[in-house]
Design a protein around this ligand. Structure first.
Ligand code: GLA
Length: 400
């Protein structure tokens, strides 16, 4: 596709995964804990420098082309999908890297707008391509933050750090327990071949830019102020109950979700390590109920999927199920017995069609790897970017 669009072979191909969050929802922007894994679906960017300050992007997914110039006054614009790349370029520019324009073709098999972080996958893939272009890597946590800022400024979603962090740092066969305050991750192995992570797309498109996400974040910040803590991560359920009369009932419920979800998430990581699957399943169902009732970010279709999964139950091979990601549509995640996964998928899709008249897309994913340059990545992973890189520091083209 790159050769067809730009008349030559790409110099680099960078890619980054989407993610599914097993538990720990709407906790990241409260300095809390999350437990996601990278999925095997990825966004890839094939690119080469353009020889000018112009960037031309072609989307293989929708056939559109977008262009912009690298400069100080880069702003949000149309088409909206190009903003994610523009935001990342602006971030590198802010770091002081001497950038040049590039041509790129973007392709992805991460379902869009489904709560599987298609936007973070695009941002992190773009940042990985930028690293190849400047010939140096930046610290992965800094890279995640740069991409998060791109999302804030160029997509208008005040998201937390989870999606960009796991997309940049996911590891095959592992989940990552991320402490979103210290922005550090602890690998949690997930290698048991008898278990599988099932992702159920309700095909209800969600949009986090419509204000509900930002509203939740503001409500949490208001609860933290009333409780006189830096962030809800620092509050206990006892503290919350003691402050009940001074809190608006809605704000109380929002805070109760976040505080209890942090407890569930750290416990879930222990369960994964110890193989306590039954308890892990209970925590997933409890997380869903809390997101549905206290945080109010679920929707009828997601609730249906979770109910169908619960009715199949442990006997039928379902250990636990919950909505995943920002909510208001998108996907549910279920932990299932591998040898029953196929039957369970059939039962859920049939039941879902029956109840909602909608088709669900269901697939399994093992924990996949984080971002990488998959072709032409000749720069050393150990060379970390610290100061503006001169043109002689650029990555060399691949041998063939
Ligand atoms: C979106 C955001 C994340 C996180 C989740 C909810 O995916 O991008 O930062 O807040 O919602 O857990």
């Amino acid at each position: 596709m790159f050769a067809k669009t730009f008349g030559r072979a790409p110099r680099w191909i960078a890619s980054a995964p989407g993610r599914v969050n097993l538990i720990g929802e709407h906790t990241d922007y409260n300095d809390g804990f999350v437990l996601p894994m990278a999925i095997e679906h990825r966004t890839a960017i094939a690119g080469d420098v353009s020889g000018t300050q112009n960037v031309t992007l072609h989307s293989a997914t929708n056939g559109e082309t977008a262009s912009f110039s690298i400069g100080r006054d880069m702003r949000r614009g149309e088409p909206s999908w190009a903003n994610y790349v523009k935001g990342v370029v602006a971030g590198f520019s802010r770091l002081g890297a001497s950038l040049e324009g590039f041509h790129a073709v973007i392709d992805s098999d991460v379902p869009l707008g489904s709560g599987l972080s298609s936007s973070a996958a695009l941002e992190v893939a773009a940042a990985t391509l930028m690293e190849a272009i400047i010939g140096s890597t930046i610290d992965p946590t800094e890279k995640a933050r740069l991409c998060q800022q791109a999302e804030h400024e160029f997509a208008g979603v005040p998201c937390g750090i989870m999606d960009q962090f796991i997309s940049a740092m996911g590891r095959k066969d592992h989940l990552l327990l991320i402490d979103c305050r210290s922005q550090t991750g602890e690998l949690v192995p997930f290698k048991d071949p008898t278990l599988q992570v099932l992702i159920i797309n309700t095909n209800v498109r969600h949009s986090l830019a419509d204000g509900e996400y930002a509203r939740r974040r503001a409500q949490c910040e208001s609860a933290a102020r009333t409780l006189k803590v830096r962030a809800l991560r620092d509050a206990t359920l006892d503290q919350l109950e003691a402050a009940r009369t001074g809190l608006d009932p809605l704000i109380h419920r929002r805070a109760r979700h976040v505080i209890s979800e942090n407890l569930r998430t750290t416990e879930a990581a222990r369960c994964l390590r110890d193989g306590c699957w039954e308890r892990l399943g209970e925590l997933m169902y409890a997380s869903h109920a809390s997101l549905r009732d206290d945080y109010e970010v679920s929707c009828e279709e997601l609730d249906q999927v979770v109910e169908l999964a619960r009715n199949i139950g442990a006997r039928g091979g379902v250990l636990g199920c919950r909505m995943t990601g920002g909510g208001f549509g998108g996907c549910a995640v279920a932990l299932v017995k591998a040898d029953q996964a196929k039957t369970i998928s059939g039962q859920i899709s049939e039941g879902y069609l029956d109840k909602t008249r909608r088709r669900a897309d269901i697939f399994v994913s093992r924990p996949g790897a984080g971002a990488a340059v998959t072709a032409g990545g000749t720069h050393s992973r150990s060379s970390t970017w610290r100061k503006p890189v001169s043109s002689s520091g650029k990555a060399s083209p691949p041998a063939s």
